[in-house]
Ligand binder design. Sequence first.
Ligand code: F6R
Length: 237
Amino acid sequence: MKVVVCENYDDLSNKAFEVIKEQVVEKPNSVLGLATGSSPVGMYQDMIKDHKENGTSYKDVSTYNLDEYVGIDRKDPQSYYTFMNENLFSGIDIDPNNTHVPYGNTKEDCEKYEDAVNGVDIQVLGIGQNGHIGFNEPGTPFDEPTHIVDLTENTREANARFFDNDINKVPTQAITQGIGTIMKAKKILLVANGANKADALKAMIEGDVNIECPASVLQKHPDVIVFIDKEAASKLS
Ligand code: F6R
């Protein structure tokens, strides 16, 4: 695992963007695994800026997102589908037919998505304060495929900021790629910033590989690059 401690959020976003750009320039039909949340937004903004200024094209790129809430409409402003359209897809020349965000709440919905996610060249990840990746909460077996998950109180509290700061409005379930799905990606690119991620990053990078910190599984992946700011790195030895 390569860990790069960056000056600040803009710096880490830009470095992460450079990895994506290199991938897409080298292989125009790359398959990207994408995440929502606040961590990758700066990277997405850099992708849009670069597309507009330098013409880097995503027309042959396919994307597969990690997760989506259960029980909210795709068109809902808080859906991850809407998030991706607003924060990335509408700003680049990607073919909407090549973008995929999981949806549904049945076993078949999960199996269908699991079968579709294939050959991911780079998987973008954020990390939860409790060490989750995707919505794989602590205790999730490392070999789990796409599945429906009950969100922990901690995760719902952390995401209440997107729901009028009201935890009661945050959905209680999500559909998520499993850790087994995520680990199949050829390369993993994780971005994190802020002091509230410091404990999770310490457990992920320096702790034992343990299902209590889902992200610690990344120690077993052969090609992981992590871009974090100084605050997020503050507890590393
Ligand atoms: C989002 C996702 C989550 C987030 C994590 C960090 O698709 O899968 O694991 O990456 O909760 O969220 P932020 O970046 O908002 O701190």
